[in-house]
Ligand binder design. Structure first.
Ligand SMILES: *Cc1c(COP(=O)(O)O)cnc(C)c1O
Length: 429
């Protein structure tokens, strides 16, 4: 057992002044039980907690640390720009450079607006879709998470799923009524909704690879099917690439899976760990955004210079060295193969879903293709696995309803340790 006495003391102190002791629910370890680990620092693939324990990191701050923590060029850029001022409330050239860089990497982005989180990006994208189409309703998928804006807290994934929250008090029935839901990968259900709400649906928003109910891949033809329903019905297709953007490929899931979105949202990797999100799309649609159009959207700290230079520096590295994506995928496939070997030897049912550097394990007999199958898995077993791994210095997401994210600082030795530890944990469970 690791000594985590300082984390324990901090967690009780935190609960006196922060709801549940954390500023984002999944961090509280509530679904896996136990005490959340308070971090002191991190470097490369390793986290160091306040008790001096080291962990191999498989969450990468939920994505942004794709090249590892405290990545040299990013740290240097932040330090340099912080000295000029941390915010102006007036435009800077950096914002143009960032927008141009994103446009050079991402398909179907003519205009892009920076915001401060993935939530803001998704919330703004549906406002744009509603403004552009003059329609009110949206379709989202059960178990997909698009941030905590009211419209999305209907059958949501991530923490909402982790804590089994069925309906969120504070979200009005009126708002929820405009959010229609279907099972992920169920194209027929989408078709039916589109037919029964003809002319009412502004947008379909989807995680092109779902990461908020564990990692779940789009079935062959699913995204293409959404594209054609949208084309037929005059609905906008929004890809929420907050997880997949700049992670699966320089141009995200749109590039990797070769399906075009009308609007796309970004977060996580885009800010290199600073609070950044963005939404963008074709000029014809994005020109409704204020001050060009009348769909109002704004932010005092949007395009913040420190956030921009951090994101710009990271994205530049990813763009100039696309071999990174191959390396990340090879590492993830190596991990998957090793996990498969030790889990098969253990002999109990399990499912590993993986694409690029996103991967997750569900303890399940049936394939994990949607929220119902993810929810039916043995998630109590995942909680035990999580703690057994944590004790061995391996930090997995503290919920089966989250994807793992590999970072490119991970070495073969780290991966071997993770595989071996999984074998040991299974013998223990
Ligand atoms: C994390 C996430 C969000 C929300 O982003 P925040 O920065 O936490 O507001 C939205 N969509 C997806 C797919 C996400 O994974």
């Amino acid at each position: 057992m690791n000594n985590i006495s300082v984390s324990k003391a901090l967690f009780s102190k935190a609960q006196e002044s922060i709801p549940g002791g954390v500023n984002s629910p999944v961090r509280a370890f509530k679904s896996v039980g136990g005490t959340p680990i308070f971090m002191q620092k991190a470097k490369g693939a390793y986290l160091y907690d306040v008790d001096g324990n080291q962990y191999i990191d498989y969450i990468a701050s939920w994505g942004p640390m794709i090249l590892g923590h405290a990545y040299g060029p990013v740290v240097k850029a932040i330090q340099e720009y912080a000295a000029y001022s941390t915010s102006y409330g007036a435009p800077t050239e950096l914002e143009i450079k960032m927008a141009e860089l994103i446009k050079s990497m991402a398909p179907n982005v003519d205009l892009i607006r920076m915001v401060s989180s993935g939530t803001e990006a998704c919330m703004s994208a549906i406002r744009v879709a509603r403004g552009y189409t003059s329609r009110n309703k949206i379709i989202k998928f059960e178990g997909c998470y698009h941030g905590h804006a009211d419209s999305f807290l209907v059958k949501a994934g991530s923490g909402v799923a982790t804590f089994n929250i069925q309906s969120v008090p504070g979200v009005t029935a009126g708002v929820s009524a405009d959010t229609l839901t279907c099972a992920y990968n169920d194209l027929e259900a989408v078709q039916q909704l589109a037919a029964s709400h003809k002319g009412e649906i502004a947008a379909i928003i989807v995680e092109p690879v779902a990461g908020n109910m564990g990692c779940i891949l789009p079935a062959p033809g699913f995204l293409e099917g959404l594209r054609s329903i949208c084309d037929q019905e005059g609905i906008l297709l929004i890809f929420d690439e907050v997880m997949t953007g700049f992670r699966l490929a320089p141009g995200g899931a749109q590039e990797l899976l070769k399906v075009d979105a009308d609007l796309v949202t970004y977060g996580k990797v885009i800010g290199a760990g600073m609070p950044v999100g963005a939404f963008g799309g074709k000029k014809e649609i994005m020109q409704v955004v204020a001050p060009l159009g009348s769909v109002y959207q704004a932010g005092t700290l949007s395009g913040n210079p420190i956030a921009m230079i951090a994101g710009y520096t990271l994205l530049s590295e990813l763009k100039s060295n696309p071999g990174i994506y191959k390396e990340l995928e090879e590492k993830t496939l190596y991990l998957k193969k090793g996990l498969d070997e030790v889990l098969a030897a253990w002999g109990q049912p399990y499912v590993i879903n993986q694409l690029g550097s996103m991967i997750s394990i569900h303890f399940s007999e049936q394939a994990i293709t949607d929220f119902a199958s993810a929810g039916a898995a043995n998630n109590a077993r995942f909680a035990k696995y999580f703690h057994a791994m944590l004790n061995r210095g391996i930090y997995l997401p503290p919920s089966a309803f989250e994807s793992w994210f590999l970072n490119n600082a991970l070495t073969k030795e780290d991966l071997d340790k993770t595989i071996q530890a999984t074998g040991e944990c299974m013998a223990e469970l």
